[in-house]
Design a protein around this ligand. Structure first.
Ligand SMILES: [Fe+2]
Ligand SMILES: [Fe+2]
Length: 315
């Protein structure tokens, strides 16, 4: 019997990968995977990790100005969770051969993206509530299906992330309920925050599937489980009744119930605005990256000290 040729071996590996995906089993770091699959995952996981870390900034801005000790403790716990999410995700990217410091450099140099939602300012404390309700709510819609993503380390990281995201959404909603039961001024603050965050939240699901070039391949590989439009619709259907309970108006004159389809229909999304923010022209893009750069540079001594300690102690 002759030894298998390299091409036979390659064909076997490809077949094993395809069979694993077809059977809805997980691909693990030790498994062979096509280069495109690996690259797509690194790009998606890095973008996700960057979003968690950059996402600490808009809410972190309110840590020193929280209206009570209770609100401060809740917000601090939430912002710390986001740091943890970033760390699990960078660790998942490392199982694909990516280097964490290199990913951070790519973010700072604008070669990798983060979610456009974090390029808007948090003007009042109501923004903290609306981010929890809408932004973390949209994140849940996006991330729950990722718990079944075909790449094992990513899927497993998502299970814990999603549990924490539901706490984030609830703390936001509870804050808004409290404010809506307060003064006229507080109610106006909530409405103003909803007006500013509603449309950017819908954009978090990405462009329509027809304009989303990587979507179909990601679905075929089992990295993504649902299209952008389906997830966006799920989010709208979930949020409209919650807005009614809160007593706020969603800023969309076209929003109406389609009883035949069983969905809330919404007006056109300003994708030109989305592209501008994504390209770096949002209200806070420069500030977010400048701060991340300063954090990397100012804290470089910690990494250097830890690396020196580890090499001396064989760690
Ligand atoms: Fe998160
Ligand atoms: Fe969150």
């Amino acid at each position: 019997m002759s030894a298998p040729t390299l091409s036979t071996r390659e064909a076997d590996l490809q077949e094993h990968f395809a069979a694993t995906i077809a059977a809805d089993r997980r691909i693990e770091p030790r498994d062979w995977m096509p280069e495109g699959y690996r690259k797509t995952l690194v790009r998606q996981i890095a973008q996700h990790a960057h979003s968690e870390i950059i996402g600490m900034q808009p809410e972190g801005d309110w840590l020193l100005a929280a209206p009570s000790l209770r609100r401060k403790a809740v917000l601090l716990a939430k912002v710390q969770d986001e740091a943890g999410h970033g760390l699990y995700l960078y660790a998942a990217a490392e199982t694909l051969g990516a280097d964490r410091a290199d990913l951070t450099d790519k973010l700072i140099e604008g070669r990798q993206k983060y979610s456009s939602i974090f390029n808007y300012p948090t003007l009042t404390y109501a923004d903290v509530g609306v981010i929890g309700w809408l932004v973390d709510g949209a994140a849940i819609c996006n991330q729950v299906p990722l718990c079944r993503s075909s790449y094992g380390p990513y899927a497993r990281a998502m299970i814990r992330v999603c549990k924490e995201e539901s706490f984030h959404q609830r703390q936001g909603y509870e804050l808004l309920l409290t404010m809506m039961g307060g003064t006229d001024e507080q109610r106006a603050m909530v409405q103003d925050a909803v007006d500013r965050w509603w449309w950017p939240s819908l954009m978090m699901f990405g462009p329509p599937d027809a304009d989303s070039p990587n979507s179909a391949q990601s679905m075929a590989w089992g990295i993504k489980r649902h299209g952008n439009d389906e997830l966006r619709q799920r989010f709208v259907d979930m949020s409209v009744p919650q807005a009614e309970v809160l007593g706020v108006t969603l800023p969309d004159p076209d929003l109406h119930w389609d009883s035949e389809a069983g969905h809330w229909r919404f007006g056109p999304i300003d994708w030109e605005h989305f592209r501008q923010v994504l390209a770096g022209d949002g209200p806070c893009n420069a500030e977010r990256i400048a701060r991340r750069r300063a954090a990397r540079d100012d804290n470089a001594w910690v990494t250097e000290a830890a690396t020196a300690f580890a090499s001396r102690h064989g760690g």
